[in-house]
Design a protein. Structure first.
Ligand code: SAH
Ligand code: F3S
Length: 483
């Protein structure tokens, strides 16, 4: 097994495509929607909302086969150049489907749409609709507009492009999320105002806007009532949350966590992605006070060199990060820590890189993500001189990935004999007597148990390490249902 196949669900980075999975049975007479999702969990969340929206407004159901669909939507990512390139090659394939079926509707959303706007239709004129991450709630109207002008001659058609940032309006128009299983994502803020010098997010998703507190709490209470037991709070800079309360005051991220932990039924809390600068003492206290907080934190640092951090405009030093983690480990000694690293940032020397390698070893990270720096048009770092040959960057990446892989193997091995709190998610497909769940550190845990326990938490003693992401165990204690 390669390390790339290990993608902890709560920290999946912008690295792979997914197809939003159908939740309904399919039928030839029903209109079908296919969504390809590229990039981060914010995009996955958005894709599910698109499916909910078009399901409610026009009766579309999801299909996992693009050949079978009446609408194809691509929810795109522009975090690195490679991700962006995928868009036009993917659209090229869809063009052939449209040639066979001229009624097929093609829409492009997400961060590439936001960045490129009507350039998308210049390069791919068969695209019917372009919408951004903050305007996806207008999809039903866009679709109506499209249908209304299908018969019109080309020159009378208006271009359906809407990549504006209408504040947080989006959430007011989204239907209640549909629930499958015991885990759910809840987006609590949009955009990012940190402007790291390499990153496109502030330009593609806009500046930070937090959802009002009551909306977030109501959504989570609704999910808990429908059986959800684990919530992952989502935002590009999630711990920068500053949501307005009903009284017009501001609720911070740690305050939000405390309120969510009081909602009956919520047995586990995760969040992604946080920034070290806003990893406050108050947030660390939540790890001391709230048993629902998982012992797993994804806190991207990007580099182990102060010079590089400064050039990246991360606005903190390595020591600041180290101090925060030391404080956190004081209240949670079993904390699993993961991070993102950018390798080959302009000006990164052998010495800087050596500092990053040493830093990864010193901080004893669990699984982390690492990427070769990708120059993004319009970002400040794209103007920096960069004399490091590509091959040197690739070699550095290989070295860093080796260290990261070894540390996650070590972390899995260290689970042997330990007791893990596990959310029991399902009965094994292979054996009806075996249950499958996830530990705090996102490893899958299987053990012998009863199907009626699904949806509850259990203390499991780990008895065998199977793979990097799968361990076996034995039940020690079954918690009462938290609802
Ligand atoms: N807050 C975001 C983080 C940005 S994107 C989140 O929710 O995930 C995820 C990661 O992509 C970043 O942490 C960074 O390591 C990487 N990344 C961002 N821009 C990049 C670039 N220009 N080149 C290479 N990697 C990049
Ligand atoms: Fe990007 Fe930095 Fe924000 S990585 S998402 S600008 S915290």
């Amino acid at each position: 097994m390669t390390v790339q196949t290990f993608i902890p669900s709560a920290v999946k980075a912008a690295s792979e495509n997914t197809v939003t999975q159908p939740t309904h049975t399919t039928d030839v007479s029903i209109k079908k929607l296919y969504i390809e999702t590229q990039g981060c969990q914010m995009n996955e969340y958005d894709s599910h909302r698109m499916a909910d929206l078009l399901g409610d407004s026009h009766g579309y159901v999801l299909t996992d086969n693009p050949n079978d669909a009446d609408i194809l939507l691509m929810n795109t990512c522009s975090i690195r150049e490679k991700a962006q390139e995928k868009v036009f090659s993917g659209l090229g394939r869809w063009r052939k489907l449209k040639e066979q079926n001229p009624d097929l509707v093609i829409g492009v959303g997400g961060c590439v749409a936001s960045q490129e706007g009507d350039n998308i239709q210049k390069r791919a004129p068969y695209v019917d609709m372009v919408f951004g991450p903050q305007t996806l709630h207008r999809l039903p109207q866009m679709l109506d507009q499209h249908q209304a002008q299908v018969e019109k001659p080309k020159k009378e058609k208006i271009k359906l492009v809407d990549i504006s940032f209408p504040d947080i309006e989006k959430f007011d128009f989204l239907p209640e999320p549909r629930v499958e299983g015991f885990k759910a994502f809840v987006s609590i803020m949009e955009g990012c105002s940190k402007y790291c010098s390499f990153c496109v997010v502030p330009y593609t998703r806009g500046e930070e806007v937090s959802r009002p507190l009551d909306d977030v709490l109501a959504e989570i209470a609704g999910l808990a009532e429908k059986g959800v037991r684990e919530i992952s709070l989502l935002g590009q800079n999630v711990n920068g949350y500053r949501g307005e309360t009903f009284e017009g005051e501001i609720c911070t991220f740690p305050e939000l966590l405390r309120l969510v932990a009081e909602i009956p039924g919520i047995g586990r809390l995760r969040y992604t992605t946080s920034h070290p600068l806003e990893f406050s003492d108050d947030l660390i206290q939540c790890y001391r006070d709230l048993p629902q907080m998982v012992s797993h934190l994804h806190l991207p640092v990007q580099s182990g060199s102060n010079d590089v951090l400064q050039a990246m405009k991360r606005n903190h030093t390595i020591d600041v990060y180290i101090d925060k983690i030391a404080k956190l480990r004081k209240v949670r000694p079993d904390m699993h820590l993961s991070s993102d690293f950018i390798i080959g940032f302009p000006g990164e020397t052998d010495q800087h890189f050596a500092e990053t390698l040493q830093f990864i070893k010193d901080l004893d990270f669990d699984h982390s993500y690492s990427f070769v720096y990708s120059k993004r048009p319009g970002t400040p770092a794209s103007d920096l001189p960069d004399s490091t040959p590509e091959q040197v960057k690739k070699d550095r990446l290989a070295q860093v990935q080796q260290v990261i892989k070894q540390s996650s193997i070590d972390k899995t091995d260290a689970m042997l004999g330990k007791i893990e709190r596990v959310l029991i998610e399902k009965v094994s497909d292979k054996d009806p007597n075996v249950l499958v769940g996830t530990a705090d550190n996102t490893r899958l845990v299987t053990f012998i148990g009863d199907a009626t326990w699904v949806g509850r938490f259990a203390e499991i003693e780990i008895t065998e390490i199977k793979t990097l992401n799968l361990v076996y165990g034995e039940l020690l204690n079954l918690e009462p249902d938290v609802a």
